[in-house]
Design a protein around this ligand. Structure first.
Ligand SMILES: Cc1ncc(COP(=O)(O)O)c(C=O)c1O
Length: 383
């Protein structure tokens, strides 16, 4: 049915009508006073979202642009970095760092398991020569639905003294607390198509004072993604290059909605949706993929043993116009992922759970009476 699609993927996420309508205005000149006022307002809103007084810069691009900018703005040729890898996006960090010739020591965990902060502590303590220049971590590992303990890992990096904390918060920002200042995060990357409730196209990088100090020394090649240029322009409420004006309209509207809801309420909503989704899957008899107690508030990965996850996912799309995410790489067919990130409410989770149960019945694969998942989700949502 036309226009009935419900996105339950971890990005792009649903966009509220208020945000869509904001984008329907004519683009204005990006050097105009009117646009400068938007940049000024959104800069302040971005700091609020990141819980920092430091710079949060917007660049045109997707989340990976923020990751790449994070690396090239604070590191130098041949620098050693400690990189967490417990999924697709941890793997991507390793690839970006290697692409720039950095010496990468990888701290691995199996997919579905969280990174062990203790492994970071040991590697950092063993680095008596203080060669490690950055600890690089994905906060919410979208491929597996695991949340990593960024706060503790950051504490270990600060105890080391030299290592910056560079974090991918693409699917954690706007879903759970990412207090950039309180956790001492130096570089934090995110993207508009996630917790921001916007279409894809804007990436964000928060930079601490330590990160700017490192920027002065950094000699990795950069031009378009040189954040120094963005900082200079931001001081004049402007951009170094033509920004996506329409997306700035969206940013302003979306951040205003977030401010009205309030940070605590946003985090509580995501936690509630996560609990309801998890309870529903358990009640249906579908195992969760992420290790117990380490699930991401943005996404729940489900491993329906004995059933092709792609068959289920495709059927849910075909019959109910609800898009779930599939498994990535070796998890294709083994896992499906339910996004509950951004502009998602209780009703969306109930709808998705009901559609999954109905589909299981249609496939002859229901392990529990249909309605068990819905009842479990409803109980959590009422708690
Ligand atoms: C954890 C994480 N990091 C980074 C990205 C960046 O990807 P993209 O460049 O497609 O926005 C994503 C997108 O899904 C993500 O989930």
């Amino acid at each position: 049915m036309q226009d009935k699609l419900i996105l339950m993927i971890p990005g792009p996420t649903p966009v509220p009508e208020t945000v869509l309508l904001a984008m329907s205005r004519h683009p204005i000149g990006h050097r105009s006073a009117e646009f400068q006022a938007i940049v000024k307002r959104t800069s302040a809103q971005l700091k609020w979202l990141h819980q920092t007084e430091g710079d949060v810069l917007a660049i045109t691009g997707s989340g990976t642009a923020a990751m790449e900018a994070g690396i090239i703005n604070v590191l130098s040729r041949g620098d050693k970095v400690l990189c967490g890898d417990n999924g697709k996006f941890g793997e991507r960090w390793v690839k970006v760092a290697r692409a720039y010739g950095l010496e990468v020591e990888v701290i691995r965990a199996d997919w579905g398991q969280p990174l062990d902060p203790e492994a970071f502590r040991q590697a950092l303590e063993a680095d008596s020569g203080k060669e490690i220049r950055a600890v690089i971590v994905t906060h919410s590992e979208t491929s597996t639905g695991v949340i990593n303990d960024l706060e503790t890992i950051s504490r270990h990096a600060h105890a080391h003294g030299q290592a910056l904390v560079v974090a991918d918060c693409v699917t954690s920002l706007g879903a759970c607390p990412v207090p950039v200042k309180a956790w001492g995060l130096d570089v934090v990357g995110s993207g508009s198509q996630k917790g921001y409730m916007m279409p894809p196209g804007l990436a964000f990088v928060a930079m601490s004072e330590r990160a700017w100090e490192a920027h002065k020394r950094s000699d990795l090649p950069k031009f378009y993604l040189d954040l120094g240029k963005y900082r200079k322009s931001a001081a004049a409420d402007s951009n170094p290059f033509t920004p996506p004006v329409t997306l700035y309209y969206a940013l302003e509207a979306a951040l205003e909605m977030m401010q009205k809801e309030g940070l605590e309420a946003i985090f509580e909503r995501h936690a509630r949706l996560q609990r309801a989704t998890q309870a529903a899957m358990r009640a249906i008899g579908l195992p969760l993929y992420a290790a117990e107690g380490h699930g991401s508030p943005a996404i729940t990965a489900v491993a329906p043993e004995g059933l092709d996850a792609e068959v289920l996912r495709k059927k849910v799309k075909e019959r109910y116009d609800i898009l779930l995410a599939g498994g990535q790489d070796h998890l294709k067919g083994k896992v499906f992922r339910i996004g509950h990130l951004g502009f998602v409410c209780d009703r969306d989770v109930l709808t998705a759970v009901a559609a999954i149960e109905a589909t299981l019945q249609e496939l002859g694969a229901a392990r529990q009476p249909v309605g068990s998942g819905l009842a479990a989700a409803a109980r959590e949502l009422a708690a």
